[in-house]
Design a protein around this ligand. Structure first.
Ligand SMILES: CCCCCCCCCCCCC[C@H](O)CC(=O)SCCNC(=O)CCNC(=O)[C@H](O)C(C)(C)COP(=O)(O)OP(=O)(O)OC[C@H]1O[C@@H](n2cnc3c(N)ncnc32)[C@H](O)[C@@H]1OP(=O)(O)O
Length: 722
């Protein structure tokens, strides 16, 4: 938990020891409190050095303890006693000093950091504020504007930036602990009393315009928070630091953290923290798992297709230091793709202050033959199964036998591609999200033949690219797009029933989505879905001409997006979609009076009487339809855990993190309520079978609505696909 030793005769060395990240669980807090007391009262000890074992200072409070009854000593008195001591206390920071870890370091009189250390207050990402004095000490050390930025965003800073800001006193390349011990020996008795080093006793050096900075900060934070409370409360805590004496500021900090600690948003954000980490822990029916499967080394990757996705994937790979052979079939496309990739890399290098983008890692070619020596290929051509099959057959002839063949399809059958190859076990889906160099999500799609080695390699490659990988099973649309289809259907039906696109979007954005569904659709291009619907036989020559327009495959269908596509209204790129744009390619959506007329005519053509659609109906129908499909996905074993589904939605679809994800949201609303509302909507819309509550949801309600991490126990055919 924490060890005590003496060095150089007079220095007490306290080493936090709680692997993997020295989180401050109750037992750790108890041990450091005892050991610190011993050091501060031992007459032979003249100074204390505080460090962490295994190259990590401390990642803060143990997040697993939040939401449980408090136990063990609190951090605030420990930090207070340490700071009040007449013996200098020096923090030797290696690895990370985060949250409560940084709060402890700020209670020390001096801070020495290793050059590779990172420091920060990420509490806001967990729905909290720094609650052990951090919100009061940091602004006293670095001023309101810098503290405001760090605390409201949760951004971590490098040791170098921390030095510039004044958070640390020295940065070292060599042995941090040895340097801190020498430093401690040097300051014994030099700075007596340690008054000027005690941040709580500092007179805040706030500039006269602190009030304006806080006001501006509050406006900015409210605009970005999308309904999340914690960033707003962070500003309130900083306002207390700016306007109140330290002790009153601390009282305010305590009131604010107590208000947040049991909030549903904090629960959701902390759930997301662990869900993201658990997603890495995949397993297959064979018993292969993340921790017993060895990934292949990947040095050189082929990317086939330089459209939007291929370009983003190429940029992502190159930025991770991986050589890429990018193949396009047509010269014109190659030229466009090459210029786009180089432009993105150039802009990225400029942003990072680098003069030269890593273009030496890139080869552009019109010939598949150049893929002979790559370790892995990512196919990113059009969503056309016949084209993909031809390509995979050819890749088998061209690539060395050990090359992994990955498809970036957003929903086509990965197994159908595997079977055309002679290396079925080396085929997996790597489904990136646009723009692929920005979006964090990667669905790794595992077919029935995919080997553990292939899955491990795709997941490891994803991690190198900075992606959050989630292993999913193979079915149309996988997890994300399969649920998205039902979300979109509900949105179209709401328009048919009386809503306007901007009304639906406003409700979804107020709920916290990054962008409303119709804005997203305009951004991605309406033709993307149109092509998928054509390929799946929902529209086009295969449809029996006698089939009613609003009826397909035995259920209600909305032809609204097809009608827009037929008119050339493809979204931003054509200047018109669900919204109107100033020019083709414009980014600013405006409600379109022509769309309102179009919807009116559409409704009267089909005898639909428009009604007022309430905001709660928009949310319920969209989010419960998604969750209901999520339960089916779990039942079929397409996703291993509800958490995986939530990670997919938070990282790939703009679902508000502070609401945890569609499955967690359903649990927070109450599964019995979700079931009852789905039954209600299904009664009103019997022609929408997807609104019928899924059997798993019904069983969970019968079982008393267990918490999310127990849902697996109620799945009848665990791991049918994974
Ligand atoms: C004092 C609490 C008492 C509760 C009563 C409430 C009273 C109110 C008073 C509150 C006092 C507030 C104190 C403080 O202000 C609040 C905090 O400190 S909140 C915590 C802030 N810290 C963080 O958010 C850090 C989170 N961690 C990370 O960012 C990263 O994990 C990392 C440290 C940068 C390391 O990254 P990686 O190397 O990529 O490794 P992983 O992320 O995979 O992590 C490895 C492993 O460690 C687990 N883990 C990481 N951090 C914590 C943590 N803080 N608590 C518990 N567990 C942690 C992570 O889940 C991984 O586990 P694994 O998946 O391997 O099982």
């Amino acid at each position: 938990m924490a060890r005590y030793s003496r060095t150089e005769g007079t220095i007490a060395l306290i080493t936090l020891s709680n692997p993997p990240v020295n989180a401050l669980g109750a037992a750790v807090r108890r041990t450091i409190t005892d050991i610190m007391h011993r050091a501060l009262t031992d007459g032979e000890v003249k100074a204390v050095v505080l460090c962490g074992e295994n190259g990590t200072f401390c990642a803060g409070a143990d997040i697993r303890e939040f939401g449980k009854p408090p136990s063990g000593p609190a951090l605030v008195p420990l930090i207070h006693d340490m700071e009040a001591s007449e013996k200098p206390v020096v923090a030797a920071i290696e690895g990370v000093a985060l949250g409560g870890g940084l709060e402890i370091a700020l209670g020390c009189h001096y801070r020495i950091a290793h050059a590779k250390a990172r420091l920060g207050f990420p509490e806001v990402m967990l729905g909290l504020i720094p609650g052990a004095g951090g919100s009061q000490r940091l602004p006293r050390l670095i001023g309101i504007p810098a503290a405001l930025e760090l605390i409201t965003t949760g951004r971590l800073v490098s040791a170098q930036e921390a030095l510039k800001l004044g958070i640390v006193d020295q940065v070292v390349d060599g042995n941090t602990i040895e340097t801190a011990v020498k430093f401690a020996l040097n300051v014994i008795g030099v700075c007596r009393p340690l008054l000027s080093r005690r941040l709580s006793e500092r007179t805040p050096a706030f500039s006269v315009d602190a009030a304006a900075v806080l006001e501006e900060g509050m406006a900015r934070v409210k605009q970005r928070a999308r309904g999340a409370f914690a960033p707003v409360v962070c500003v309130q805590a900083l306002r207390a630091a700016a306007t109140l004496p330290y002790s009153r500021g601390m009282e305010t900090e305590e009131q604010l953290i107590n208000m947040l600690i049991d909030s549903s948003q904090a629960r959701a954000l902390q759930y997301c923290f662990f869900a993201q980490r658990n997603a890495r822990k995949w397993s297959l029916p064979s018993g292969a798992r993340w921790n017993n499967s060895k990934p292949r080394a990947v040095h050189r990757v082929g990317v086939v297709g330089l459209g939007t996705m291929g370009r983003g994937i190429t940029v992502s790979l190159v930025k991770a230091g991986i050589s890429v052979v990018a193949v396009e079939m047509e010269e014109k496309q190659m030229d466009l793709g090459m210029r786009a990739v180089l432009g993105m890399l150039e802009r990225d290098a400029q942003r990072r202050g680098d003069t030269r983008p890593p273009t030496h890692l890139l080869t552009f070619t019109l010939s598949l033959q150049q893929l002979g020596n790559v370790d892995l290929v990512i196919e990113a051509v059009f969503e056309d199964m016949a084209l993909k099959k031809r390509l995979f057959t050819e890749l088998c002839n061209v690539c060395k036998p050990s090359t992994l063949l990955c498809t970036n399809t957003s929903g086509l059958d990965v197994d159908a591609l595997a079977v055309v190859t002679h290396r079925r076990s080396l085929v997996v889906g790597m489904h990136f999200f646009a723009p692929a160099n920005v979006m964090k999500l990667l669905e790794v799609v595992c077919g029935p033949h995919s080997s553990a080695e292939a899955v491990a390699t795709a997941m490891t490659l994803g991690k190198r690219l900075g992606k959050v990988g989630v292993v999913v099973g193979n079915c149309p649309g996988f997890v994300g797009n399969r649920m998205m289809k039902l979300y979109l259907d509900q949105a179209y039906f709401l328009l048919e029933e009386g809503a306007a696109p901007e009304q639906v979007d406003q409700v979804l954005e107020e709920f916290g989505f990054t962008m409303g569904i119709f804005k997203v659709s305009d951004l991605s291009g309406l033709d993307v879905g149109w092509r998928v619907r054509k390929a799946s036989g929902l529209i086009g020559p295969d449809v029996n001409p006698k089939t009613p327009s609003r009826w397909r495959q035995g259920c209600r269908y909305s032809p609204l997006p097809d009608l827009l596509c037929e008119q050339g209204h493809l979204g931003q790129k054509s200047g018109r979609g669900w919204y109107l744009y100033e020019t083709p390619g414009g980014k600013e959506p405006k409600p379109d009076p022509a769309m309102h007329r179009f919807l009116q005519e559409y409704r009267s053509r089909y005898g639909l009487t428009p009604r007022h659609v309430h905001a709660h109906e928009v949310i319920e129908r969209c989010t419960y339809a998604m969750a209901n499909e999520g339960f089916r996905i779990l039942e079929e074993g397409i996703a291993a855990r509800a958490e995986d589904i939530d990670v997919i939605y938070v990282f790939g679809y703009g679902w508000p993190r502070h609401r945890g994800g569609p499955m967690f949201h359903a649990a927070q609303v109450g599964l019995a309520t979700v079931l009852q509302r789905l039954e209600h909507y299904h009664q009103l819309h019997p022609d929408v079978p997807h609104l019928q509550p899924s059997p798993l949801l019904q069983r969970l309600v019968e079982a008393g609505s267990p918490p999310v991490h127990h849902w697996r126990e109620h799945v009848q055919h665990l791991h049918s696909h994974l």
